[in-house]
Design a protein. Structure first.
Length: 103
C-alpha cells in the first residue's frame, strides 16, 4: 500500500519535469542567442578613429591595471587569512588556559 503512493509520486514528478523541459527549451535558445550576440558585439570598436598603436597602449594599460588589482586582492586575502589564524590561535590558547590542570 505505501509503495503505490511513492510510485505515483515518482511518475507525477517525471511528468512534471518533462513538461518543464519542453517549456524551457525556447528560453534556453533565447539565452544562448543573447550570449552569442553579446560576445560578438564586444569585439567591435565603438570609436574607430583610434589607431592601432593607441589601441595597443590602451590594452597594455588595461592588462597592467588588472594585474595590479589581482595582486592587491591576493595580498589582502593572505593578510586577512593570517590575522584570522593568529586570532584563532590566541583564542584557543585562552580557552586552554582556563581549563584546570588535574595533574
Amino acid at each position: 500500500m505505501s509503495f503505490g503512493g511513492s510510485a505515483a509520486d515518482m511518475l507525477h514528478k517525471m511528468k512534471y519535469n518533462r513538461s518543464l523541459r519542453d517549456s524551457n527549451r525556447g528560453n534556453y535558445d533565447r539565452y544562448r542567442d543573447a550570449v552569442v550576440t553579446y560576445k560578438k558585439s564586444r569585439l567591435k570598436l565603438k570609436n574607430e578613429d583610434i589607431s592601432k598603436e593607441q589601441l595597443e597602449i590602451i590594452k597594455q594599460d588595461v592588462i597592467r591595471e588588472v594585474k595590479r588589482r589581482n595582486q592587491i586582492a591576493v595580498l589582502l586575502t593572505i593578510t586577512l587569512t593570517l590575522i584570522v589564524c593568529i586570532l584563532m590561535i590566541w583564542v584557543f590558547r585562552q580557552i586552554m588556559n582556563l581549563t584546570p590542570d588535574f595533574l
